[in-house]
Design a binder for this molecule. Structure first.
Ligand code: ASP
Length: 599
């Protein structure tokens, strides 16, 4: 190495030694004829001093001309900082390097934004930062995120190795298996007119590996989904992908709990309590209005169906008569909600097809609401007790079919929590992690538009054994052996015990999901065929690796934990990706381009 120490290494112990540091000019200050340059590398920074009385004029002038982010090598003597000038904020803050020689290794042009002040940089437009990602990544916060990511990836591999798993790579060039998201396609030059699709996950391959006798497979797998970009989605992402043979659901729970315990220890030195609580899908929806509940705060949904069944308030009793439910939520302390906030919540309700949002503000000893006059004394008293209503509360209602009513209030619950947080009425410590398993999902959901059942997880998920007889008679009641792992309201991953008998799988495809046999053959034929030659019972799970790292780093966006993320405006920001192809290139791919109108 050119250097003797990194920039976060020198301490009072080194005083009197000669040291060479290499790195970037983090900041430069000219003070009374002496120049101070903080040299930074990925470990930290050290103050260096250029004193004109010890240096040639040429060297001193060279130091004076250095711009931020030039790359330098400095050699000098380590000395104690003069009294009163220690910098307690950095670990090298008691010493400085009195420079004897300077080598300018590279000049930096004027920067598009400063990287030495995290507060200023954090305010710089994200698009500009992404355009100059190489500079952005020099910021200590992002550098730390990359480091955590690397550590956690390595810890994952060691843990899985200790548990007897083999890391197996699976192809990136695969075929279309349309269930779920849209896929990215790659033209196959050797087979004119044919295309590969990039895998949405290695699902079929990992199951085939079980037929191959691998028994325990894992992979930090790259997956691709051609979906619109959102803060918590990237079109290419990484999963910790896992599959095991001869297991039950309990084995997956134990494995993942052990793994997450290890990862939290490695990244945050935190012992998360095990085992994680479990909650059924039905309970999660009933209490929190969502299948990935954030249980760090209560504000639970309360069922008022029985109390309003015979109500004269037809909006409620009518919904119940239609097979629906009435649910309510007490947003404690939110009677002060502004008109705008109420409108936002009403819009949420409407986005689920509701006509509006019924609510009561409890203010000045009164229940302020246009609907209260329709309520009987018994109904009012039921509300008061079940919702523990007090002065200052805001009560919100949803009267609809069960799923809808739950989801409306589930969304409003999260919104109210954000408002309460902003008002300082709800505080959640940043190092609190509420893990839980969500289990007993329905195997199937109904698509009203297409008038058919589709798999809640994916079509390889096995039904709960005792529900199998209901598959044809009452599909809605069949529970799947599917589980999701959730932390702080974020779905970290999900998986299932799989169907391993080819005939059951065929029934699910053809009779329940009504996928035509030729399509089943084209999409899943290879796997179904493999299953005819001795498929062990098996199951697995996949955890979103980017999301996991974002949670560990406390990052609000996945982009902050991916070295080179995609953005919604990717083409503008990085003109080289995606790119146009020359006619000659298109010819050998047997492609002709017709850019259609936007849908
Ligand atoms: N392949 C599934 C997914 O990506 C996970 C699994 O079932 O193992 O969601």
């Amino acid at each position: 190495m050119k250097r003797t120490h990194h920039c976060n290494e020198l301490r009072p112990l080194n005083i009197g030694q000669t040291a060479t540091l290499t790195g970037w000019v983090h900041s430069r200050r000219d003070l009374g004829g002496v120049i101070f340059i903080d040299v930074r590398d990925r470990e930290g920074r050290t103050q260096t001093v250029f004193d004109p009385s010890d240096l040639s004029k040429e060297l001193f002038d060279q130091a004076g001309a250095l711009r931020s982010e030039c790359v330098i090598e400095v050699t000098g003597k380590v000395r104690q900082r003069p009294e009163g000038t220690n910098n307690a904020k950095i670990p090298t803050g008691e010493v400085e390097l009195l420079v004897e020689s300077l080598k300018v290794l590279n000049i930096a042009e004027v920067l598009p934004f400063p990287v030495d002040d995290p507060e200023i940089t954090a305010k710089v437009n994200e698009e500009l930062r992404l355009q100059y990602r190489f500079l952005d990544l020099r910021r200590p916060e992002l550098a730390r995120n990359l480091r955590v990511r690397s550590k956690v990836a390595i810890a994952t591999r060691s843990f899985m190795d200790e548990q007897g798993f083999l890391e197996v790579e699976t192809p990136t060039l695969f075929k279309s298996t349309p269930e779920g998201a849209r896929e990215f396609v790659v033209p196959a030059r050797m087979s004119p007119g044919l295309f590969y699709a990039l895998p949405q996950s290695p699902q079929q391959f990992k199951q085939i590996l079980m037929v191959s006798g691998v028994e325990r497979y894992f992979q930090l797998a790259r997956c691709y989904r051609d979906e619109d970009l959102r803060a918590d989605r990237q079109p290419e992402f990484t999963q910790i992908d896992i599959e095991m043979s001869f297991i039950e659901r309990e084995d997956i729970y134990a494995l993942i709990e052990g793994m997450l315990h290890r990862l939290w220890k490695v990244a945050l030195n935190k012992d998360i309590p095990l085992p994680f609580p479990r909650i059924t899908y039905a309970e999660a929806m009933n209490r929190f209005g969502i299948d990935k509940p954030d249980t760090r705060f209560a504000m639970e949904l309360v069922d008022m169906t029985d109390d309003f069944r015979a109500s004269t308030f037809k909006v409620f009793s009518g919904a119940i008569a239609n097979g629906g439910v009435v649910k309510a939520l007490n947003a404690k302390g939110l009677a002060c909600a502004t008109q705008g906030q109420i409108e936002t919540m009403t819009e949420y309700a409407k986005s689920f097809g509701a006509k509006g949002l019924a609510f009561i503000k409890v203010e000045g000893g009164e229940w302020k609401s246009p609907i209260v006059k329709f309520f009987s004394e018994a109904e009012k008293s039921a509300l008061k007790t079940k919702l523990a209503i007090e002065e200052g509360d805001l009560i919100l209602f949803a009267a609809d079919q069960w799923t809808n009513a739950c989801e409306i209030l589930g969304k409003i619950r999260l919104y109210c929590a954000d408002v309460l947080k902003a008002q300082g009425k709800l505080t959640i410590p940043s190092d609190r992690f509420d893990f839980l398993w969500v289990v007993d999902f329905p195997l199937l959901s109904f698509d009203k538009e297409q008038n058919r059942w589709y798999s809640s997880h994916h079509p390889f998920t096995a039904p709960v054994e005792e529900d199998i007889p209901l598959l044809k008679s009452d599909p809605k009641k069949v529970r799947g052996q599917h589980y999701d792992i959730v932390v702080n309201g974020v779905e970290l991953g999900g998986g299932s015990i799989r169907i391993h008998q080819p005939d059951v799988q065929k029934t699910v495809f053809e009779e329940v999901l009504q996928i035509p046999p030729d399509m089943v053959k084209a999409r899943f034929g290879y796997m179904l065929n493999a299953f005819r030659f001795g498929a062990p019972p098996h199951g697995g799970i996949a955890l979103g690796f980017d999301r996991l790292i974002a949670i560990l780093c406390g990052a609000s966006s996945l982009r902050d934990v991916i070295a080179f993320p995609k953005t919604a405006k990717a083409p503008d920001l990085r003109p080289d990706s995606p790119c146009t192809f020359q006619p000659r290139q298109l010819r050998y791919l047997h492609l002709e381009i017709q850019v259609g109108k936007k849908e």
